[in-house]
Design a protein around this ligand. Structure first.
Ligand code: ZN
Ligand code: ZN
Length: 310
């Protein structure tokens, strides 16, 4: 394991906004959880009619694979270089992350590196603290912008300069160019499996629906919640830099990415859940990869920041 120092100040942060009020943050939290709650209720009500164990397995399996492609691949490997691996693993992780349909790997990484460089300042591409202005309408606008609205804005100029290093890697360039293929594969694979496992066309269609479309919706919503909820709700053991938060729910749902204040404090650490109870599925996968010889130079915070137990 390679130790890293605490967050090096990589850019000025003088323009970090004031935190939003409690009422404003409560409104955004409600807006995030209504779709989750409605989806859970809808799933329970159709159990046995279009949703059974085969469909649930396809949904869960594709969720885990594409989410790990984002967290272990796009985020911890490509954006932050928190460990090293070989070209085949790089290609596979880039392909899996692309199946989450959040943009090609190079574009995703460029946006996320910009987010860290300018966190919660006006140049942050998706801060909830700057886009809205004052009042309730401002809160709604800020939340919408941080959650999904930013994705529909034009790219910042010179976005490419953030990924010059990755463009030198053939495995990453190739996976990036094949982005449309990975989207199709991420939808076709659960459809094919659903068809084979049930021996029916209806099974294929339901595989496409649950393992493909519903899964993309859920991974989108959970990933975007790291940008919105995890800059609004949760604890801040490392409060000095920005408004990032540690949020238990998204620590679980987003495979460890919800320990977002830890992450902003130690961006190059492969481990985001720094206390023993901060469940971090992505880090466990990286440890497993290291054990199997598929990951090395795994980076961790230097010394023992408060709370680190291993
Ligand atoms: Zn952040
Ligand atoms: Zn990051």
């Amino acid at each position: 394991m390679t130790p890293i120092p605490a967050a090096a100040p990589d850019s000025p942060h003088e323009a970090v906004a004031e935190p939003l009020s409690l009422a404003a943050r409560a409104a955004t939290l409600t807006a995030v959880f209504i779709p989750h709650a409605r989806f859970g209720a809808a799933g329970a009500s159709v159990w046995g009619w279009g949703l059974g164990w085969v469909e649930f397995g396809l949904l869960a399996g594709m969720y885990v694979l594409s989410a790990l492609g984002i967290t272990v691949g796009f985020h911890r490997l490509f954006t932050h270089k928190s460990f090293e691996t070989n070209a085949v693993v790089r290609f596979v992780l880039a392909a899996l992350g692309s199946m989450a349909v959040q943009g090609s790997v190079l574009r995703w990484v460029a946006y996320h590196r910009r987010h860290h460089q300018h966190s919660d300042t006006p140049d942050d591409p998706h801060s909830p603290h700057h886009a809205g202005g004052r009042g309730l309408w401002g809160v709604v606008r800020g939340f919408w912008h941080s959650h999904i609205g930013w994705a529909f804005k034009p790219d910042p100029v010179n976005l490419d300069r953030y990924v010059a290093d990755l463009k030198k890697l053939t495995s990453v360039r190739a996976a990036d160019a094949l982005f449309p293929l990975w989207i199709v594969l991420g939808l076709a694979a659960p459809a094919a499996l659903g068809g084979v496992l049930t021996g029916s066309w209806a099974g294929a269609l339901l595989g496409l629906l649950w393992g493909g479309l519903v899964r993309v919706f859920l991974v989108h919503h959970v990933t975007w919640s790291v940008n919105s909820v995890c800059h609004l709700w949760g604890s801040r053991p490392y409060p000095e830099k920005d408004h990032s938060r540690n949020n238990l729910l998204f620590g679980l749902l987003a495979m460890g990415e919800g320990w977002h204040n830890n992450h902003h404090a130690f961006p190059s650490s492969a481990r985001h859940g720094l206390r023993w109870w901060q469940v971090d599925a992505s880090y466990y996968v990286i440890r497993l990869m290291a054990w199997a010889g598929l990951a090395w130079k795994v980076r961790l915070p230097a010394g023992r920041p408060a709370g680190i137990v291993a």
